[in-house]
Design a protein around this ligand. Sequence first.
Ligand code: IMP
Length: 224
Amino acid sequence: MKKIYIYKIKDKNVGDLRINAYICKLYQKKHKTMKTIVLATHNKHKLEEFKAMLGDKMTLISLDEIDLHDEIPETGTTFTENARQKASYVFDKIEGKYDVMADDSGLEVEALDGEPGVWSARYAGEGCSSQDNIDKLLKKMDGITKRDARFVTVLALISKNGIRYFQGEVRGFITEKMNGKGGFGYDPIFIPDGETLSFGELPAETKNKMSHRANAIKELLKKL
Ligand code: IMP
């Protein structure tokens, strides 16, 4: 009876750290998972993607679940700086009650010296859409035949013992026009090496097995 009541509390998302810590312990016991980690993102899509990749190896909880609604600062000039900044911000806010993981990702185009890089989300300006970013990139690459690129992710994992980084990438090339409507961001103009379809055309499960995020998670699981 008590257990059902606790899970109801979770559904209603009561943002009390003590209640949530208790729920997590019950959840861990039930699912025999190893560790509870807060993922420093408000992006639900990202949370689900990481959960799917981690399986039962770790329990990931969202910022909503710990009632943290702040906008997380992201002012670094490298993926590592940004990942560290996001993880440290949340870790300090929750006074180290949980370990915290943050990621920062982006697209690097070789012929453009790594652009858009850390500015991938706002390449065409603050508040721009993915379509604006794609349009800007394709315009810049007009006439360029060497179209190699890579998606990169850096994960920062912070605990009371310090901070560790894990990097993943997926290499491919930039197409000349958009292909497919799936995925997000630059997916419709990126074809990964070994494939003929773009990330916007490939099924999500295929992308999620080979993506920069998947490869960063593989590194993390290998080294932990
Ligand atoms: P974030 O650091 O994961 O939020 O990624 C920053 C930006 O990089 C996103 O807004 C996208 O524009 C781009 N990006 C990151 N990962 C992907 C991906 O898997 N597909 C397409 N675009 C991505």
